[in-house]
Design a protein around this ligand. Sequence first.
Ligand code: URA
Length: 221
Amino acid sequence: MLKVNVVSHPYAQAILTALRDRETPQIEFRKGLVRLGRVVGLEMVKEFEVEECEVETPLGVKARGVKIKDLDRVVIVTVLRAAWPLTEGLVKIFFNAKQGVIVARRVEERGMRDYEFEVDVAYVKVPTITPESIVVLSDVMVATGSTAARALREVVKHGRAKRYLLASVIVTPIALAGLDRVARELGIDLAVYAVAIDPTVNERGYIVPGLGDAGDRAFGS
Ligand code: URA
């Protein structure tokens, strides 16, 4: 089953607007992705279980509060390269997370067929996933869902997790439909977090209006 959460906070929407702007230079673009990683991570934490607790303040008075459960069970898997800065923000929230990486790219030279791309996976390094793990897949632009779906397939080879979350910036309805199919096929629930759902992709599989090639804008000229 798929659950979709759009991060509508004005802070996130303002950063996204700057990222969409073609005039935003590389460094500002990357910083924006880092900031969005924090905001998306905070939004994810809303769904974590909390445990009530009590502490004693320096005044010798008891104060009731909460602890967030499972923060140390998070495994962030980054789809390189574009999601690297997004993950930099996520780890500020999931400060005890283990990390894995998947180097994957859509084979754009072969073209898009029925809104799907072949995906070339060059490298996978993912820690062992246990039934207590909470996997956060970090993938900035989920246009057709081909890469994210392939990354999920790679992740489940390393064990079954308690929960699967996807941290992204822009997704499309096409990608969400594809991810829903893959989640059902893999028998997992997937909670998608995005800052926007853009309506479509162009003939080259780029999200419209989107923000262009996130990897090139974060690391290119
Ligand atoms: N990847 C990107 O970086 N941008 C898109 O629009 C689609 C995929």
